[in-house]
Design a protein around this ligand. Sequence first.
Ligand code: KIV
Length: 281
Amino acid sequence: MSRKPITLMDLQKAKDEGRKLLMLTAYDYPTSHVADEAGMDMLLVGDSLGMVVMGLESTIGVTMQDMLHHAKAVRRGCQYAHITVDMPFLSYHTSIRDAVYNAGLLMKEGGADSVKLEGGADFAPTIEAIVKCGIPVVGHVGLTPQTTSALSGFRAQGRDEAGALKILDDALAVEAAGAFALVVEAVPHELGKMLSDRLRIPVIGIGAGPNTDGQVLVVNDLLGLFDRFVPKFVKQYAKLRPVILEALLAYKKEVQEMTFPAPEHCFNLTKEAKEALQDLL
Ligand code: KIV
């Protein structure tokens, strides 16, 4: 069957028909290209790029310029998947006008199909204003990495009754504001299921158990490329860092031993040039 670019209607249909949605982060052209080929429904240019690509301690320092730079590269590699781009810290907090403007830039310049922003009921008016401008929005509740300082670090959210009810209220507010999907991060699996059952829109979990409408992982975590820490909810489907290290050490050794470049990697002068330059050679 020939593939077509994925639309918002396709994403909602997947939930309605009980087909699990696949979302993966991507930050560059080659990852975007291979993830699209693998059949991901959604690629997320997450502000996690601050940590896993730029080496920052948190996502707080990520700028609109960073997001636009990576979003453009992901756009170039992707034909079919829906591309969601994260709104970085302070790009939607200062005013609704800033939020709409920056969301618009991510679409207009970055090539995003939708934007994602962190926050619950407090951000409902912001989501509503962005959606009114024709920009689809994905919400993000539970552990919200841009506010880990206020949340006392990277820790599971909603484990007690009050916390769980607050996340449910936030999720419902985000849906009512017009978001077309919701990411829920690091919450008990029972809450992940409750949110997916209660919300009409697709709920995409990361550390929210198996019963959400879809799953998302950070690609560098999945591939074993980020070794600063491995969150409990991550499964490493490959361990690429040691593979890369082995290749680089082999390159180093062959250059030092002069076995690389070998004759098959070299260009030759023409016969005539070689004869003419004999003295210089
Ligand atoms: O920035 C990101 O990669 C995210 C995922 C963790 C969902 O928001």
